[in-house]
Design a binder for this molecule. Structure first.
Ligand SMILES: NC(=O)N[C@@H](CC(=O)O)C(=O)O
Ligand SMILES: [Zn+2]
Ligand SMILES: [Zn+2]
Length: 429
């Protein structure tokens, strides 16, 4: 089966390509980038996707997604999560281990692999727990899980509180070439429902200080420096965290340190919580406008390497309670590209190529994936996007089971038209 994506603006960070041209795909692999011979275009066996006026990029790679299966299928399933991913232009995603049972052994890894094979074709890479049951007491069987395809280890939703155990986890992961995705939250310092500060005082909501995040950011950078393990800091939200990462990268010259943020941390701040809407509650919480400005700066300077979603679907009934009682988390798979494009590229902060680097190429490098690049021989994971037509975000249209977004009603640019995985169309508008 041959496929031609014709006449789109092809943007590929790995080769610094930015050119109106065609991509030819055969048997799931990119076989050429350049003008397609006309006899091929007339061949009835060749499917042509007209991409004139559209953006053509390597499929997006989301390092941070909660698919909720097994255990919480009322929030999301692997099937619905994969549909949402395809709609959002995401061709590979890493799913976090806070399921029930926890992804802490090869059987659960295999269960996810099986369910993903039955879904639409979007690549699902499980993330294994660092400790058994996410209980923070003994290491999970990391080596066995690696044999079955985990792409990283993480305690996401929690932090390994014991620094000695975290160090052991890092030392163990290193020879397996597994990155550690770190959720940085010191439980002794957290415990509220929004960012601590003047707005929390004004609204009468218990606050979570930035120190809860920063203490663990500092600790894990130090431990990664000692062990040489590859540390990837999940969902960064504060300016202080960015300063610490800058220190690790620039002063200590660490090449084993990367960091991620999510669209809500560079678009929204804690002043919007005055309506007590639990769809604005997530972990870590929205911070202040100064943090938002610093986050944009850090995306530009490269202190932040990755934009992920932290797609965290919850059921309507679970969120439809007082903000203090509601679970943390918002969905993101179907809005992340458009929000990032609108608020970073259209706003003049990043170039398109820089954005795709953060949403595809850099994530691919962190998990050693051959995707994330439009190169001859690479897997044909490709996303075609309309950048011209604005639209309004409406969670009623989400394919995800989760409708918990703070972005409802916002106008954005960057509508995904076609998503291709291994040369197969998995979403077409
Ligand atoms: N981010 C969140 O607010 N929630 C996540 C957990 C997490 O990412 O820490 C969840 O699993 O719901
Ligand atoms: Zn987390
Ligand atoms: Zn998460």
């Amino acid at each position: 089966m041959k496929l031609v994506i014709k006449g789109g603006l092809v943007v590929n960070p790995s080769t610094k390509l930015e050119e109106v041209t065609d991509i030819l795909v055969e048997d799931g692999v990119i076989v050429s980038i350049g003008e397609t011979p006309s006899d091929l275009l007339e061949n009835a066996d060749v499917k042509v996707i007209e991409a004139e006026g559209k953006l053509v990029v390597p499929g997006l790679i989301d390092l941070h997604v909660h698919l909720r299966e097994p255990g919480f299928e009322h929030k999301e399933t692997i099937e619905t999560g994969c549909l949402a991913a395809a709609r959002g232009g995401v061709t590979t995603m890493c799913c976090m281990p806070n399921t029930n049972p926890v992804i802490d052994n090869e059987c659960v890894v295999e269960y996810i692999n099986t369910m993903a094979r039955r879904a639409n074709g979007v690549k699902v890479l499980p993330v294994g727990a660092i400790t058994k049951g996410l209980e923070g007491e003994t290491l999970a069987n990391i080596g066995k899980m690696k044999e079955h395809g985990i792409c990283a280890i993480s305690e996401d939703g929690k932090t390994v509180a014991d620094a000695g155990l975290m160090k052991k986890g890092m030392s163990y992961a290193k020879p397996f070439n597994l990155p550690i995705f770190s959720h940085t939250e010191d439980r002794a310092l957290s415990g509220g429902a929004m960012n601590a500060g003047v707005n929390a005082q004004l609204f009468g909501i218990k606050g979570i200080g930035r120190d809860a995040e920063e203490v663990i950011v500092a600790r894990d950078i130090i431990l990664a420096r000692t062990t040489g393990a590859q540390l990837h800091l999940s969902h960064m939200s504060t300016k202080g965290s960015l300063d610490l990462i800058e220190m690790g990268k620039k002063v200590w010259g660490m090449t084993n340190l990367t960091a991620e943020t999510a669209p809500h941390y560079f678009i929204l701040d804690d002043s919007i919580l005055g309506d007590y809407d639990s769809n604005k509650k997530m972990s870590p919480p929205l911070r202040t406008s100064e943090d938002v400005a610093a986050m944009k700066q850090a995306l530009k300077s490269g202190i932040i390497d990755v934009i992920a979603t932290d797609h965290a679907p919850h059921h309507y009934d679970e969120k439809n309670v007082e903000i203090e009682k509601a679970p943390f988390g918002i969905v993101g798979l179907e809005t992340s590209f458009a929000l990032s494009y609108t608020h970073l590229v259209k706003a003049g902060i990043l170039t398109i190529s820089e954005l795709i680097e953060k949403m595809s190429y850099n994530p691919a490098r962190i998990i050693n994936s051959p995707s994330g690049r439009l190169e001859v021989g690479a897997p044909a994971d490709i996303t075609v996007i309309d950048l011209e037509t604005p639209y309004i975000i409406d969670s009623n249209n989400f394919l995800s089971k989760g409708k918990n977004t703070p972005f409802n009603g916002m106008e954005v640019y960057g509508d995904v038209e076609v998503t291709i995985v291994d040369g197969r169309i998995v979403y077409e508008k």
